[in-house]
Design a protein around this ligand. Structure first.
Ligand SMILES: [Zn+2]
Length: 170
């Protein structure tokens, strides 16, 4: 933290200037005018504000950016995890070999029972309900990922809006 004075610009904007800028000029970020910074003695009569110095102000910006990037990275990470572990439908997992083996193992009674089952209507594949629950679960996480990514973008925008200190004119 360093002492900063608010130098009024003709446009009405108050330019924060540090004591190290006394006797020099700064460019107003609002209107682009070059404003003379008074000498140290007169500078001290101006309105004073205690804000972070330019280095740590940039640091704050960087930190906010970093947080935003970490949030976005986390969002992408969870999205990738979510897509990689997306549940397979039990119907998709049944291979031709499985099916042949299943049918080969049918006894006459088993076949009759299967036929009876089918006659009562198509029953869901074993594990079908579990599969749907897993899909719902994953869809929920995808929505969460979307929200995380949006939050990350918002943090980045906030980082962009943090003003940097006026630059010294050489
Ligand atoms: Zn101005």
């Amino acid at each position: 933290m360093s002492l900063t004075y608010l130098l009024p610009c003709p446009c009405g904007q108050k330019i924060p200037v540090e004591t190290t800028l006394a006797g020099e000029s700064v460019v107003c970020r609002q209107c682009g005018q070059t404003v003379e910074v008074p000498t140290l003695l007169r500078l001290k009569q101006l309105e004073m504000v205690s804000i972070e110095d330019s280095k740590s102000a940039w640091g704050t910006r960087q930190k906010v950016f970093l947080v935003g990037l970490v949030i976005i990275a986390a969002g992408i990470g969870v999205t990738v995890w979510c897509l990689l572990t997306w549940p397979l439908s039990p119907a998709d997992q049944i291979t031709h070999d499985h099916l042949v083996q299943y049918i080969d193992n049918f006894t006459l009674l088993g076949t009759y029972r299967e036929w009876e089952t089918l006659r009562r209507g198509v029953t869901p594949f074993p594990g079908e309900e579990k599969y749907h629950a897993a899909v719902t679960h994953h869809q929920f996480w995808l929505v969460v990922c979307g929200l995380i990514l949006v939050a990350g973008v918002v943090v980045l925008i906030v980082g962009f809006s943090i003003p940097s200190q006026p630059r010294r004119i050489e």
